[in-house]
Design a protein around this ligand. Sequence first.
Ligand SMILES: [Zn+2]
Length: 166
Amino acid sequence: MPTVRVRWVGFVALLVVLLVVGAFIGTLLDPDGSTWGFAVVFAGTYLLLVLVHEVGHVLPGWFFGMRWANLTFQFGASVRSEHRDGRDRTPSEQLWISLAGPGLHIAAASLGLTVFDRNGLSFAAWVGCLFALFDGVANLLPSGRRSDGWKAVAALADIARRTVRT
Ligand SMILES: [Zn+2]
């Protein structure tokens, strides 16, 4: 089993931001309901989907037989991992690892949008899924070097280069 660590600074920072945003949205959209109840359910749903995203990155690694020595959950960024066997990822492994995170993230958020209705705290979870869906889609766009979309495109370019060479 890998050693799992959580970057608590990132986690707490994200939690505070989500609670404030959730309280704001709750006041706006559900003025008669409990503001902090809304905030907690919103933040909890969003964080759960972040976790689903990170698990999505880990699953292909397991499938490819990678032994993860360390998994660090860096909230706001990504899972940082080290391999026990020390071998580098192949470009196609990297492609799957990059795509599976946002893929599972988007799938779970979309499922949540169909499951939760727009009443009370269920609405808070629905809004949390909506925000998480935007986040998942944004992450899939190759906007910056740290986005999963960028890593996927880089892996594809690597695969193409190797194909041309052989
Ligand atoms: Zn990711």
